[in-house]
Write a protein that binds this ligand. Structure first.
Ligand code: HPA
Length: 234
């Protein structure tokens, strides 16, 4: 048990999928896992452990934003010895060729700052995905005929953004999408020698204003979870 995760050490698998939304953790566990058992309810940040194709996997909500992700990823890594952490979430599209419903595999995650920034001082650390996971996720997505993009994303601290100039710079430098968690996850994985990847479904678009209707979200989010599970266990 930790401050934020009320589970025993052996309740949590080596591989953890992390949606921001705890109810998406519940939906994903009920939809994709067999024998799923709720292993965390502290603060309503639900977590479940079950089996996927004979592999044990945990799906634990991370909450929104890097401070919340930092809490759950720190405890999963340091107290539960989790080896593989895959963020599954939504993001806003930032390039014309990236469409709503497409999947982005985040090779890098640029930021203004993460909860880890103070330790780097003047260094601009480059948070990077695990190449093995990225490679397997890409092949899984191609096999599933999903429209997939691999490249840099932007981990922002704000959803209601007051700095359109920063978005413009990100877009000018080829950043594919914006979300709020991956950079801290990648930084922690690097620090503790674990594997991390962000698999994101484009749920809205900054250039077009388009947003995925509620009834179409499930199918697209399902693709992303299949890709994440295939990457973890391929
Ligand atoms: N901004 C930040 N995070 C997001 C967005 C967005 O537009 N869409 C989904 N997550």
């Amino acid at each position: 048990m930790t401050i934020h995760i009320g589970a025993n050490k052996d309740d949590i698998a080596d591989v953890v999928l992390m949606p921001g939304d705890p109810y998406r953790a519940k939906w994903a566990a009920e939809t994709f896992l067999t024998g799923a058992k709720c292993i965390n309810e502290v603060r309503g940040m639900l977590g479940f452990t079950g089996d996927w194709n004979g592999h044990r996997v945990t799906i634990q909500g991370s909450g929104m934003g890097m401070p919340s992700m930092s809490i759950y990823a720190n405890e999963l890594i340091k107290d539960f010895d989790v080896q593989t952490l895959i963020r599954i979430g939504s993001c806003g599209g930032m390039q014309g060729h990236v469409k709503v419903r497409d999947v982005i595999l985040a090779q890098t995650a640029s930021t203004v700052a993460t909860p880890s920034s103070t330790i780097f001082k003047e260094l601009n650390f480059a948070p990077t995905a695990d190449f093995g996971l990225l490679h397997k996720a890409f092949h899984a997505a191609e096999k599933m005929d999903v429209d997939v993009h691999v490249g840099g994303i932007y981990s922002s601290d704000t959803f209601y953004d007051e700095r359109p100039d920063l978005n413009k710079e990100m877009q000018r430098h080829g950043i594919l999408g914006v979300e709020m968690e991956a950079a801290e996850l990648y930084t922690l994985a690097a620090r503790y020698g674990r594997r991390a990847l962000g698999v994101m479904t484009v749920s809205d678009h900054l250039l077009t204003g388009e947003a995925l209707p509620a009834d179409q979200r499930e199918r697209s989010f399902g693709d992303m979870i299949d890709i994440a599970l295939s990457a973890a266990f391929a």
